[in-house]
Design a protein. Structure first.
Ligand SMILES: Nc1ncnc2c1ncn2[C@@H]1O[C@H](COP(=O)(O)OP(=O)(O)O)[C@@H](O)[C@H]1O
Ligand SMILES: [Mg+2]
Length: 393
């Protein structure tokens, strides 16, 4: 099929042509927007799920809804890499200034409330090292610029609140890979959201991350539990998965033979990333011109699996040390969850604490703990991949 018109998007964070099965979460953001218009508030949102399930894409869609409604927004990313801390602060400052400028340019009259909000946003941003800020107002010295992130954020929200209510908008900070956000930023965002909720100010944190994210939040802060609506972002249902596979092709006038679509949906288990990878291969390998046949699907199955093995899975596997790989091989013998102590027995260390493996593999984002004493892979189908490797090695 024509590569130029390939409608599939097998890549992290790329918006799919057909965003299947996420209406509930999109509606939740729309409700927050509508509530801000009438002066009421709601709760922040936490999206957690396995790798490749579509969290980043969904987070960006929610962000776009807030942007379209004229909100002040920012999107930052948690990361354990060096420099991540400084980067998230600079991004927060720059994004807030950018959305404040958009707000300023949309409003014909600069009201006192808006002026006051913009002045404090300017001061806050400068403190975070974003210079050359042009908001068309004086910068207010002595507000939101102590250097204590939590304190400054709270002052910023206080000073912005009258303008938010006047304009019928809110502030939202979107955080991807939130389980890896540094403790200071996490604490600042959570306490700011907590204080805002008490005062009915529409300031929200919308986070996305691995399945351990709710646990990370609970540990960081005793009131995190009530601050958010928690949503598990799961694989798509068979109907939604079918829609995600066939709709992009249909938009180009291409249809799947029923058996072809069934085969590919079956191998993806409804995981959005896999749908994009196999759909992409089907498109590339099909001779067309307007039908993807069962034979094309068989070819795509082989090629898609190979593409996943050499990219998605291998890149994760290679983060682990030899000892960690032995540990994961032992985990892969289980169908789904593993009992950590049993895994230690399998690697020949019965009675030894799994703690060090557990900690470092969680830090590398490869596993999580779904329940006390249990472990599971953050990457869907990781166990199958490990078995395939064993056959090869
Ligand atoms: N709802 C969806 N329907 C179809 N494809 C999707 C959907 N959500 C995400 N995708 C696709 O899945 C892949 C992974 O999405 P991403 O948001 O990066 O996942 P995550 O952040 O959970 O690892 C991307 O290729 C994206 O185009
Ligand atoms: Mg992501």
């Amino acid at each position: 099929m024509d590569l130029v018109t390939n409608p599939y998007t097998p890549s992290a964070g790329r918006r799919p042509l057909e965003l299947a099965g996420r209406d509930r979460e999109l509606d939740e953001m729309r409700v927050l927007v509508a509530r801000a218009q009438v002066g009421t508030t709601g709760r922040g949102l936490v999206l957690s799920g396995l790798r490749g399930v579509g969290k980043t894409v969904l987070l960006r869609e929610l962000h776009a809804i807030a942007d379209d409604a004229g909100w002040l927004t920012s999107e930052i990313e948690g990361s354990r890499l060096t420099g991540a801390k400084a980067r998230s602060r600079a991004t927060l400052a720059r994004d807030l200034v950018a959305s404040a400028r958009r707000l300023r340019s949309r409003t014909t009259v600069l009201t006192d409330k808006l002026r006051s909000a913009l002045e404090t946003i300017g001061a806050f941003s400068l403190k975070l090292g974003v210079a050359g800020v042009e908001l068309g107002v004086e910068r207010r010295e002595g507000r939101a610029d102590t250097g204590d992130l939590g304190f400054d954020l709270e002052e910023l929200i206080t000073d912005a609140a009258p303008a938010l209510s006047e304009q019928g908008i809110g502030i939202a900070v979107f955080v991807d890979e939130m389980q890896d956000l540094d403790a200071e930023m996490l604490g600042a965002l959570l306490s700011a959201q907590h204080r805002a909720a008490q005062r009915d100010i529409p300031f929200y944190v919308v986070g996305a991350g691995l399945p351990n994210l709710p646990g990370v939040l609970a540990e960081s802060n005793s009131y995190a539990e009530r601050q958010f609506d928690y949503r598990t972002i799961a694989a798509l249902s068979p109907d939604e998965a079918l829609q995600a596979l066939v709709a992009p092709a249909a938009a180009r006038g291409v249809t799947y033979e029923q058996r072809a679509a069934q085969l590919l949906i079956h191998v993806t288990d409804g995981y959005p990333y896999f749908i994009q990878v196999y759909g992409d291969q089907a498109w590339r390998l099909s001779v067309g011109p307007d039908t993807i046949t069962y034979t094309d699907a068989l070819e795509a199955h082989a090629a898609g699996t190979e593409a996943l093995d050499f990219g998605f899975f291998t890149s994760r596997w290679e983060r682990a040390t030899d000892a960690e790989r032995r540990f994961m091989r032992a985990m892969a013998q289980d169908d789904g969850r593993s009992v950590a102590s049993e895994v230690m027995t399998r690697v020949g260390m019965p009675g030894t604490s799994p703690g060090p493996y557990r900690r470092s593999l969680i830090a590398k984002g490869l596993i999580y703990s779904p329940d006390r004493g249990q472990l599971a892979f953050t990457v869907p189908h990781m166990a199958d991949y490990i078995s395939r490797r064993l056959d090869d090695d």
